[in-house]
Design a binder for this molecule. Structure first.
Ligand code: PLP
Length: 422
């Protein structure tokens, strides 16, 4: 596999990455091996829990995005994971950004990204955050209510608007965002007129089909609906819209290919002859999910006959909050380090085990009836695909923290072309 050194150089020099240690892994060394070596080398001094960000995954996913969705500009949804090395890498790979709050805008700007690469994609913003956006020059935002138009007119009259609509079909995604946001079909004319009367320019339409495993066919219906809004605006005599924002909802596996086919087909069908159209997407999970791996230590054990119960130092209130808020079903691989195993290495029996998080709340249960070999205190559990809606939403409940402040950067070796599906 030919490595592009210029590409790697620019990633390692990206804001948010530059100055940090990035461990380049040779082909035979996986992220799992890397985690093992971190634990072995640092033994008792290691800060746990920790996560590993594999920059290679981001590079590969960006290549896949630009290959499969060449006409859709990615605006990474910072809410999904605001880690600065992740944002900086994506910025250097050409991504723009979807921010939902002042703090998210600040994070992106702190990396030297220009404000015109940001869409403030929160349909309901506080006045102080709108004022901040005006001050720093973030000039595009979404809306879905008349109340929002009043606030924007008052505090950021130069801001251009994108009308967020609610897709009609439920995509069956794990997190259905249409319950909260998106104008209904019958509200669209009123919302377009209200913005026009307020002297604000509506430049496009956005939607979100729902996050996590939604049916990719939903993009088709939502893009058709967006086209109707473009036509309504034109019938109302408003200036021609130019932005179609297809939101997030992408995952990085084979479902992405199906989603991309759907999106491309729908754009061709409904906007095929619109040469001025700018299509943007707001992928969060697509980039963040598979690029992070979590390592957490077993800090306690209780045996009740055949039932083995373990406590780990991360949980539902920390990195693994995705179980609660993102309806994630997680799985883990054990790593045995305890000296107790030495006399017992051939023990291959597994037990339906329980894994608790560290807080005193019994809700803080990570896995139940999960098959594990018998483990000991100071062994570790490693959870893959832990980058989406994990580090962004952990708490410090009971004085415990997530792995957010403890991130190692790695760059694995590229997968040979014939082994990828693009
Ligand atoms: N855009 C908006 C407006 C969102 O609310 C979200 C997620 O909540 C995203 C993009 C990212 O969605 P996903 O992680 O499914 O790509």
């Amino acid at each position: 596999v030919e490595e592009s050194h210029t590409n790697l150089k620019s990633i390692f020099g990206a804001s948010g990455v530059k100055g940090k240690k990035v461990t380049t892994l040779p082909p035979e060394i996986t992220i799992s091996h890397f985690i093992q070596s971190i634990i072995k080398n640092k033994s008792s001094q290691i800060d746990s829990p920790f996560s590993v960000l594999d920059l290679r995954v981001l590079m590969d996913l960006m290549t896949k995005w630009t290959t499969k969705l060449p006409t859709v500009k990615p605006y990474y949804a910072v809410k999904c994971n605001p880690n600065l090395s992740l944002i900086g890498t994506l910025a250097s790979l050409g991504s723009n950004f979807d921010c939902a709050s002042r703090a998210e805008i600040e994070a992106v700007l702190s990396l030297g990204v220009s404000p015109d690469r940001i869409i403030y994609a929160n349909p309901c913003k506080s006045e102080s955050h709108i004022k901040y956006a005006a001050n720093v020059g973030v000039n595009i935002t979404t809306y879905d209510s008349v109340g929002e138009i009043d606030k924007i007119k008052k505090w950021h009259p130069k801001c251009e608007l994108v009308l967020r609509i609610k897709p009609q079909e439920d995509s069956g995604a794990r997190s259905c965002l249409g319950l909260k946001y998106g104008a209904l079909v019958e509200e669209v004319p009123e919302l377009l007129k209200a913005a026009d009367v307020a002297g604000l320019k509506v430049i496009g339409v956005s939607f979100h089909i729902g996050s996590g495993g939604g049916n990719a066919m939903a993009y088709h219906g939502a893009i058709a609906l967006a086209k109707n809004v473009f036509e309504t605006a034109s019938l109302l005599g408003m200036p021609k819209m130019k932005i179609l924002n297809i939101g997030g909802g992408f995952t990085s596996g084979t479902k992405f290919d199906v989603a991309a086919l759907n999106v491309n087909d729908a754009i061709k069908t409904y906007f095929g002859n619109d040469e001025d159209l700018v299509v943007i997407g707001e992928p969060g999970r697509y980039f963040a999910e598979t690029s992070f791996t979590l390592a957490t230590k077993i800090i306690g054990k209780r045996v009740r006959g055949e039932l083995k119960e373990y406590w780990i130092d991360d949980g539902i209130y920390g990195t693994l909050n995705n179980i609660m808020f993102d309806f994630a079903i997680v799985s883990c691989t054990p790593m045995r380090f305890s000296s107790k195993h030495e006399k017992n290495v051939r023990d291959t029996k597994s037990y339906a085990s329980t894994v608790f998080g560290p807080t005193c709340d019994s809700v803080d249960t990570v896995l139940k009836e999960y098959e594990l070999p018998e483990l000991e205190v100071n062994d570790w559990l490693v959870f893959q695909n832990m980058g989406a809606y994990t580090l962004s939403s952990g708490t410090n409940f009971n004085g415990f923290s997530s792995s957010a402040k403890n991130i190692y950067l790695a760059c694995s070796t590229p997968v040979p072309r014939e082994e990828t599906n693009f």
